[in-house]
Design a protein around this ligand. Structure first.
Ligand SMILES: [Zn+2]
Length: 340
């Protein structure tokens, strides 16, 4: 009797790859991170070799024969097209010139000889959060996930499917404009985003937003604050969270502005796709419980829902964020087998 099939999820990050296996019953066979160096800075050829090592390692770990793998799910940071062609303009993660316009999905498929399904990392994590939350009801539910990191990523899930868009750029939540009135302090400059927009969600709700916009303003108002002596702006921005956890008023003002930005973003989502669930992920919600709960409550407070919506909606964390990329990539591969 032939053994049942599996799908593999490969999560390609700036520094590390992670891998998982999902069996035909929908169970993950790996319960922890399986990290190996991603070597993306060395260009596509080296990175493909690193991914194939990650693939071999997860098969060895789970004792799965390669013949049983039907599809591989791959996720990477963006910007890339819906089917995994890296932006011709390059990006932070894919700065090696070989990546420009490179078809990562097709490259991996050719290297491993197994069909590969591509998603960006925000969409993969959003799909995972959706499945954990809704389980067997996934196909009848919708959700939005906002993941606060260096930028603001995430995804939109409709009836269990990732909304990808015509050019693969749906769910770029960070670059949605949000109202700044009442969010900014009197005299605070309108924050700028790396994408060129002023006043979008990422310009506030991201580590980059803290470094470039929020912290410089608040330190100009409170030059006596310890963070003014923290060295580089990047270093100071990274330390804001630990101050927030301790209840430092300046840090709490910064995170309150981030929570307001996320609430306003979710308010737009409420009037756009009216999702069943709003997920938040990122380092800020993996901090101490008191701080996390305060932050989530602030987001909910600033998400303006109608009464009927509030009854139907859930606010939750993106679970297992470090494994969400690989697991979401595997779920997308699983789904592809059912609806190619
Ligand atoms: Zn932007």
């Amino acid at each position: 009797m032939p053994e049942s099939w599996v799908v593999v999820g490969l999560d390609n990050g700036g520094n590390k790859n992670n891998a998982t296996v999902l069996d035909s019953d929908g169970s993950f066979l790996v319960d922890r991170m399986l990290e190996t160096p991603s070597r993306v800075q060395e260009g596509p050829a080296v990175a493909l070799e690193a991914l194939s090592e990650s693939y071999a390692a997860v098969l060895t770990r789970t004792g799965i024969a390669a013949e049983r793998v039907k599809v591989i799910g791959l996720d990477t940071p963006g910007p890339a097209s819906a089917d995994g062609v890296i932006s011709s303009r390059g990006s932070t993660n894919f700065s090696h010139p070989g990546w420009r316009g490179y078809d990562f999905r097709a490259g991996l498929e050719a290297r491993l000889g197994v069909p590969v399904v591509y998603n960006n990392d925000g969409n993969a994590a959003a799909l995972y959060a959706h499945h954990v939350c809704f389980g067997a009801d996934s196909a009848r539910r919708s959700s939005i996930s906002a993941i606060v990191g260096t930028g603001l990523g995430g995804g939109v899930i409709e009836s269990g499917h990732i909304v990808k868009g015509a050019a693969g750029m749906a769910g770029e939540l960070g670059h949605v404009h949000i109202p700044m009135e009442g969010l900014l302090d009197a005299g605070q400059p309108v924050p700028l985003c790396n994408c060129g927009f002023a006043g979008d969600a990422e310009s506030v709700a991201s580590l980059t937003g803290i470094e470039k916009n929020l912290l410089p303003y608040w330190l100009s108002r409170h030059p006596e604050h310890e963070l003014a002596q923290a060295g580089s702006p990047a270093e100071a921005a990274k330390r804001v969270r630990s101050y927030g956890v301790k209840g430092d008023p300046l840090a709490r003002r910064i995170f309150e502005q981030q929570a307001m930005a996320l609430g306003r973003l979710f308010t737009i989502a409420a009037n756009f796709t009216d999702p069943h669930a709003y997920f938040v992920g990122g380092g800020v919600v993996e901090a101490a419980p008191e701080f996390r709960d305060w932050f989530l409550a602030k987001i909910e407070e600033h998400t303006r829902l109608r009464e009927e919506q509030a009854r139907a909606a859930r606010f939750e964390l993106v679970p297992d964020l470090d494994m969400a990329g690989a697991r979401g990539a595997a779920l997308a591969a699983f789904e592809y087998l059912r609806v190619p």
